[in-house]
Design a protein around this ligand. Structure first.
Ligand code: ATP
Ligand code: MG
Length: 287
């Protein structure tokens, strides 16, 4: 039995099978996200800002989806709608058929800057979610997840004593420790140096191949999006919505060398052009 299967209250038997990393989605089939005709307007002094309009999206259980687009196009807004932190002005969003009506423990969230509780040890930060949900052994689960992100030796440390990359790893362990069907990540590696970032991407893919949670990953980095995702959604601006989806047909498991391949280059050029068109629109609208 894997460490993961021991840690989670709902044991994912498929994770025990040899070669299970190739299996798409969790054995309970959870993690389907469906957004229909979503719109989000924010009040502002100069008139309402239409952050999103007419947005339809469907994300399959276990899919790794990356959201790319110019600054202000509504990526974080969409993530917050899925998390139930924001309520859409119109339209609906559902996870596994249940409409999202408020913050939902079925979504783990990792932000750009860690949001660990500074007054709790690293171990207690990771144990917090399982404890709140009444799991049988929150500290045991926390230890398992810390070891999965390679930080078991830092269990007693305060978050402030860790480097930025280590803090983000604790954030990922904390988000996963409740076995959420959906993991939402908003530029989680944006503040890290290039080397640490590349290692974190690799580690995230290894973890994802075990936990099989649906991931919605926001980034500004085209290579990061292609390297990680099954599908890259490029958003348009003014108002935000989906401009184009690009399915990333690269074999898994992916090694960092894949970014040198011809196919990767083709995806990079295609997506670069799509984002450039949208970014130019933002600048033209300011003239
Ligand atoms: N609480 C709010 N009140 C008013 N306007 C908001 C609010 N939140 C977001 N907006 C506006 O909605 C639009 C989309 O914002 P959002 O943060 O989703 O963009 P983003 O794509 O995540 O940008 P970035 O890449 O810079 O993080 C922006 O024009 C922003 O100013
Ligand atoms: Mg954002």
């Amino acid at each position: 039995m894997t460490k993961l299967a021991l840690a989670w209250p709902v044991r994912d038997k498929s994770a025990d099978r040899k070669g299970a990393s190739a299996v798409r989605g969790r054995s309970d089939g959870k993690g389907r996200i469906v957004g229909r005709d979503l719109a989000m307007k924010f009040p502002a002094k100069a008139g309402p800002v239409v952050a999103l309009d007419n947005l339809d999206i469907e994300i399959q259980p276990g899919e790794f989806l990356a959201l790319l687009g110019p600054s202000g196009c509504g990526k974080s807004t969409l993530l917050n709608l899925i998390a139930g932190i924001l309520k859409p002005t119109s339209g609906t969003i559902s996870i596994d058929g249940a409409e999202v009506e408020g913050p939902n423990p079925g979504c783990g969230i990792v932000f750009q800057h860690h949001s660990l509780f500074p007054w709790m040890s690293v171990l207690e930060n990771v144990a917090f979610g399982p404890r709140m949900l009444g799991h049988a052994d929150p500290v045991g689960s926390a230890r398992t997840f810390l070891s999965l992100v390679g930080l078991e030796k830092h269990a007693k440390a305060w978050p402030s004593s860790l480097s930025g990359g280590m803090q983000q790893r604790v954030g990922i362990a904390r988000a996963l420790a409740t076995y959420p069907p959906v993991l939402l990540m908003d530029e989680p590696f944006g503040a890290l140096d290039a080397q640490t970032r590349s290692i974190m991407q690799d580690e995230l893919l290894k973890l994802w191949s075990q936990f099989k949670t649906t991931v919605v990953f926001v980034t500004h980095d085209i290579d990061e999006a292609i390297f990680l995702a099954d599908r890259v959604v490029v958003m348009k601006t003014l108002p935000g919505g989906i401009k184009r989806e690009v399915r990333i047909d690269l074999p898994r498991p992916r090694s960092p060398d894949i970014i040198k391949s011809d196919r990767f280059n083709t995806y990079r050029s295609e997506i670069f052009e799509l984002i450039r068109e949208e970014t130019l629109k933002v600048f033209q609208s300011r003239d």
